[in-house]
Design a protein around this ligand. Structure first.
Ligand SMILES: Cc1cc2nc3c(=O)[nH]c(=O)nc-3n(C[C@H](O)[C@H](O)[C@H](O)COP(=O)(O)OP(=O)(O)OC[C@H]3O[C@@H](n4cnc5c(N)ncnc54)[C@H](O)[C@@H]3O)c2cc1C
Length: 203
C-alpha cells in the first residue's frame, strides 16, 4: 500500500486470524468455538473489557518504507521486533520525503536542500572515502528508510490507538491507517470491532 510520496506498507506474513483469538480466549472458559454470532460477541467483550492477551495469538510482519522521523516515532513501540537497513553498511539512496502541501518555490527549495545534502554525502563517501557511518550525519531526517516490523495483535492495537489519534503526527497517522486496512483483510472481525468500539472511526 503506497504511503506519502515514496513510502509503502506491505503485510508480508502473518500467523493466526480471528479464529486463533477465539480459540485462545475460549480456553479461559474451557469452551470451544461456537456460532459466528457468539464468537463475535466474545471478541467484542475481549476488546471492550481490555482482555487483550488472546490477541497475541495473531502475529504480523510488515515491510515498511518511511521517512526516518516516522520510523523514529514507530520504534518507540517496544513490544514488537524490528530489522532496519543500516546506513553504516549501505549507501543512502537519494530518496526523501516531499510533503504534498508544498507548492511552487517552496517545493523547489525543499528539493534543492535535500539534493544538496545528498550531493555532499556522496562526495564524502566517494571522493573523500569517509566511512558511511560518519557521512550519513549530513543527511536530513526526511530521508526514507526501510524496516521489517513483527508485532502481535494486542501490541498492534496499542500502536493503532496511539498513532491513529488526532494527537499523532499526520505522517505516521497515514501509515497507521494503511496498517489498519491491511490487518482488517486478515482478521476482519477483531479489527472491525476494534475500529468501531475503540477507534470509533466508522459507524
Ligand atoms: C502523540 C504522541 C506524542 C508523543 N510524544 C513523545 C515525546 O515527545 N517524547 C517521547 O520520548 N515520546 C513521545 N511519544 C512516545 C510515547 O511516550 C510512547 O513511547 C510510544 O507511544 C509507545 O507507546 P507504548 O509504550 O504504549 O508502546 P510499547 O512500547 O509497544 O509498549 C506497549 C505497552 O507495554 C507496556 N510497557 C512496555 N514497556 C514498558 C516498561 N518499560 N515499563 C512498563 N510498561 C511497559 C506498557 O503498558 C505499554 O503501553 C509520543 C507518543 C504519541 C502517540
Amino acid at each position: 500500500m503506497k504511503v506519502l510520496n515514496n513510502g509503502f506498507v506491505e503485510l508480508v506474513e502473518y500467523m493466526g486470524q480471528d479464529q486463533a483469538v477465539i480459540r485462545n480466549a475460549r480456553r479461559c472458559w474451557r469452551s470451544e468455538a461456537k456460532s459466528e454470532d457468539s464468537d463475535r460477541k466474545l471478541l467484542r467483550h475481549l476488546i471492550t473489557a481490555g482482555h487483550k492477551t488472546p490477541f497475541e495469538a495473531m502475529v504480523f510482519t510488515f515491510d515498511v518504507k518511511a521517512p526516518l522521523f516516522v520510523a523514529r516515532q514507530w520504534f518507540r513501540h517496544r513490544i514488537g521486533s524490528y530489522n532496519e537497513e543500516s546506513l553504516r553498511y549501505c549507501v543512502a539512496l537519494r530518496d526523501y520525503y516531499i510533503p504534498e502541501n508544498l507548492e511552487g518555490e517552496l517545493r523547489e527549495a525543499w528539493i534543492a536542500q535535500n539534493e544538496s545534502a545528498f550531493d555532499f554525502y556522496e562526495q564524502l563517501v566517494t571522493e573523500h572515502r569517509l566511512p558511511k557511518e560518519q557521512a550519513r550525519s549530513v543527511l536530513p531526517v526526511g530521508i526514507y528508510t526501510t524496516f521489517y516490523w513483527t508485532v502481535n495483535g494486542s501490541s498492534l492495537m496499542n500502536f493503532l490507538q496511539l498513532r491513529l489519534d488526532r494527537a499523532a503526527q499526520k505522517e505516521i497517522r497515514v501509515y497507521a491507517q494503511a496498517v489498519l486496512e491491511l490487518v482488517k483483510e486478515v482478521a476482519p472481525i477483531s479489527f472491525g470491532i476494534f475500529e468501531r468500539e475503540v477507534l470509533k472511526l466508522s459507524e
